[in-house]
Unconditional design. Structure first.
Length: 208
């Protein structure tokens, strides 16, 4: 009987251990990065409330490619990414970082204020890119063909992966951050029951 109780207790505790994860999904969608508002998309799905602190787009897999922020031409002469759609986050929560010259960086980073980019949130932005596979134009599929690398940081952990081409105009990527399962408080009463039963059985044997 004791073994049965303790076995049931252990099983209940394992069942109560919830595996949480945060998914960060990326896409590059459109016929040309220079003329498509919201060409780049990022969204978050989290089962444990974790927030994304930053995401980055690395063009270096394509030799010579860069983000074109020289202030001439695309997106009303933009000198930075142009946010076009924000869900659950505001423009004030986002700051930009660049690797390379600010007018022609090879890596673009979006940094988020603490706790602001979390479950259910998403954003889209436009940014002209140059020198992809002999382009322009630079359609979404080029990002998968070249293997542009995206990364995200959640809770101090950073993961990276290349885009995968889905069609001539779409490439996607997903990063999954796993959280070590932790027993839920609901399992504690069962554990106490098992310990109590163990004590009762020992006393019965001692009295016999």
């Amino acid at each position: 009987m004791l073994k049965t109780i303790l076995g049931a207790t252990a099983f209940a505790l394992m069942a109560s251990a919830a595996s949480a994860a945060t998914l960060v999904s990326f896409d590059a969608t459109g016929a040309d990065s220079a003329s498509t508002a919201g060409f780049f998309g990022v969204s978050v799905s989290s089962t444990d409330g974790s927030a994304v602190s930053s995401v980055a787009f690395d063009l270096t897999p394509q030799a010579g490619a860069f983000f074109d922020f020289d202030g001439f031409g695309s997106f009303n002469n933009a000198t930075a990414p142009v946010l076009s759609s924000l869900v659950g986050i505001t423009a004030g929560d986002i700051s930009f970082g660049f690797v390379g010259p600010a007018v022609a960086p090879t890596v673009l980073t979006l940094n988020f204020a603490a706790g602001t980019f979390a479950d259910g949130d998403s954003l889209r932005f436009g940014a002209d890119t140059d020198s992809f596979l002999g382009g322009p134009p630079d359609p979404g599929g080029d990002f998968g063909d070249v293997g542009v690398i995206v990364s995200a940081t959640v809770g101090g952990d950073t993961l990276s992966t290349p885009y995968v081409k889905q069609s001539n105009t779409v490439s996607t990527a997903t990063l999954e951050f796993d959280v070590t399962p932790v027993p839920l408080p609901a399992g504690l009463p069962l554990l106490l029951t098992g310990i109590l039963a163990f004590g009762v059985v020992r006393r019965m044997k001692s009295a016999a």
